[in-house]
Write a protein of this length. Sequence first.
Length: 430
Amino acid sequence: MRNSGSVVLIAFGLVAAGCASSDGSASVVTAPPTDAPSADSTVAPPDTTATTVAPTTTATAATTSTTTTNPSVVSEEIDLNHVQVIGSHNSFHLVPQPALFDGIAALAPDLASGIEYSHVSLTEQLESYGIRQFELDLFADTEGGLYANRAANPVVGLEEASGVPELDEPGFKVMHTQDFDYETTCFSLVSCLTEIQAWSTANPRHLPIMIMLEFKELSVPEAAAEEGIELTLDLPWAIPERITPELLDALDVEVRSVFGPEQLIEPDEVRGGADTLEQAVLESGWPTLDDSRGKVLFAMTDGDEIRDMYVADRPSLQGRPIFTSGTPGQSDAAFVRFDNPTDAELDAAARSGYLIRTRTDSPTEDARTNNTERRDAAFSSGAHYLSTDYYAPSEFFESEYVVRFADGQVGRCNPVTAPASCVDDRLVER
C-alpha cells in the first residue's frame, strides 16, 4: 500500500474499520511487518543499564560472541556492506497534538496505539543515539501551500492554518499523513537534508548514512477507500500530487542542492565500468569504508510504477543520485528491503552483495510487550540497516525495550558479510 498512514482519518466522523500504512507504521488491523512507529519525542539519553542490547561482534578465534563474522570472506578491506548500523523509522515523526490524538484514541484505539511515537531531531539522533539510517516520507508540492492547512483541525477545535511559512514554499514536504498525522521535526525535504548535511560536515569521519525516501500520493478519502473505511465527514482534504517523471527529476535536484558530489555515494560510482549496477555489487562490491566515511547515500522505498519511472532509459540508474529498492535480477538491484528479519533469503542476499534494510520492531507492539524476538533476529542477520522506533525506551508506555549495540557502538562488523579481519574497533568514527 502506498500512502502509509494516510488513513489517519479515523476520528472525526469516520467509521474506522482498520487502517494500514504503506510503511506499516500507522497500521491498525493487519500491520505488515515492514513498518513500525518511531521512538518518542522526549527520549532519555542512552542508558547503559538497558537490558536489550546487541552483543559486540569480533572476528578473533577466541570470541564468545553470539554473532560472528563470515570466515569464508578473506578480504582485508572493510567495505560499506561489511558494516551493520541502527536506523530510525519515520525518522521525522511526532505524535499528533493531544486534541487529535484523543479523538483517535476514542474512536480507533488500535490506530492511536500504532502512531503513539515521536522522534527527537535528526541532529540529536545522529549525535546522541548513533543513528546512521533515516526514513523520510515525501509529499510533492510543486506550487507550495498544498499542505499549509490541516483539514481535520477545526473538528477538534484547532486552527486549520498551520502557520508554518515553510509549508507555503514549493518543494517536497515531509510528514507521515496529511491533514491528520502531520507533526514533524522538519517540514521539507530540503530542511531535513540540510540538518543532516550540517552534522555530516562537522563530523567527516562518520560511518556512511543511508537516507530512505518514500513517496505519498493518496488523499485521505482514497486511502480510506483502499482500507474499506466508510468516510462520513466531508472536509477539504488535501489532494496529493501524483508522482511523475518530472517530479522525480525535481527530487534529484533537491537532493543535489544540499549534498555535493563529494558527499554522495551515487549509483554511477558503485557501478564503475560494469555493465549493470547489479553486476557491480555482485562481482566488484561496494566502495571501501574509508572511501565512504563522511558521505551519505539515498534509496527510495517505492517499487512498481514509481521505480519504473525512475529507471526508464536509465536501467542502471545512470546519472541518478538515488538507489532504488530493487528486485534481484534487475539491472538496478543494489539495495533490497527485507522487512522481516527472519526472511529465509535475507542472509543469502547479503552474502551476494546487496545492501539490505530490515525492521527490528513493528509497529509499537514489540516494544509494548518487550518482545525482543524480532529485534534479536535482526541483530544476527546480514542486514546492514536495522530500522527501529526505539533507539531509546518509549516515554508513552512503560517498557525496557530498546535497540542498541553494546557499549554504545555506532556500528559493528556485519555478522554475516564482514571479512575475518573486521573488528569493531576499526569502525570507530574518530
